[in-house]
Design a protein around this ligand. Sequence first.
Ligand SMILES: NC(=O)c1ccc[n+]([C@@H]2O[C@H](COP(=O)([O-])OP(=O)(O)OC[C@H]3O[C@@H](n4cnc5c(N)ncnc54)[C@H](O)[C@@H]3O)[C@@H](O)[C@H]2O)c1
Length: 246
Amino acid sequence: MNKTVIVTGAASGIGYACAKLLSQRGSKVVGLDVQRKKLEKHFRNLDNAIGLCGDVSLDLDCINAVKSAVENFGGLDGLIHCGAAHSSARWDELDPNDMNRILEINVTGSFLIARACANHMKKNKSGSIVLTTSASVLFGVTGGNGQGGPAYVSSKGAVIGLMRSMARALGPDGIRVNAVSPGITDTPMVASYTKEQKTAMRERFPLRRFAKPKEIAEGAIFLISDKASFMTGENMHINGGSNFGG
Ligand SMILES: NC(=O)c1ccc[n+]([C@@H]2O[C@H](COP(=O)([O-])OP(=O)(O)OC[C@H]3O[C@@H](n4cnc5c(N)ncnc54)[C@H](O)[C@@H]3O)[C@@H](O)[C@H]2O)c1
């Protein structure tokens, strides 16, 4: 796939899996993340990939990522936005400042990076944006034991609304906007789940395991590819069947 793609959260987990697969398949990648050292270490071995230290909740960092794609690779075809912050505080222990910080990174950050990319893409009347929400929205998980609490879950719910609104607004400019909604995936984000919590969750899932980062990345890459040329405003669930209850 010969595309130029910005991947956020590219230093870790699902974002890094996206960057690696895209690079291996002939695309050019600008990876954005706040973790400079990890990003440098991972990107050293990727072809046609640039690691950029930046924060998606800062407008200038998002604009710089687009500039980097244009200056280094001559354009921008896609965005896979994985960068996000986790919060497992329960409703009765959540500090309002922490709530605002999670919303700023996960919601405002999704908006700022999507807007920066769309501003470039609309000039060419083509492009594809993939945001990341979470299966936690389906379950309304309550936090504790490492799982997402109200700050995280509400931020990921807001991402679905943002994705739908932008899909409608940008469709006439030839820009598709979709989301992936991962179930529990083996990345540092779920490292703080207790052993008991992990076992209980696995038993609820028909496939009896968590996703590998690559399995979520494949869905996101499909959505930015031309194979998904008639898909927009969709939330693709990739969760091992965990959303049909049990
Ligand atoms: N792992 C899961 O079980 C799971 C489940 C559902 C949804 N998700 C979502 O998938 C996406 C990827 O998560 P992951 O599991 O790979 O987690 P991860 O912790 O491995 O990676 C997240 C990356 O985002 C980066 N990041 C955090 N704040 C940032 C900011 N302000 N600007 C730029 N980068 C920032 C982090 O440094 C990190 O490298 C996230 O949006 C997450 O909410 C993950």
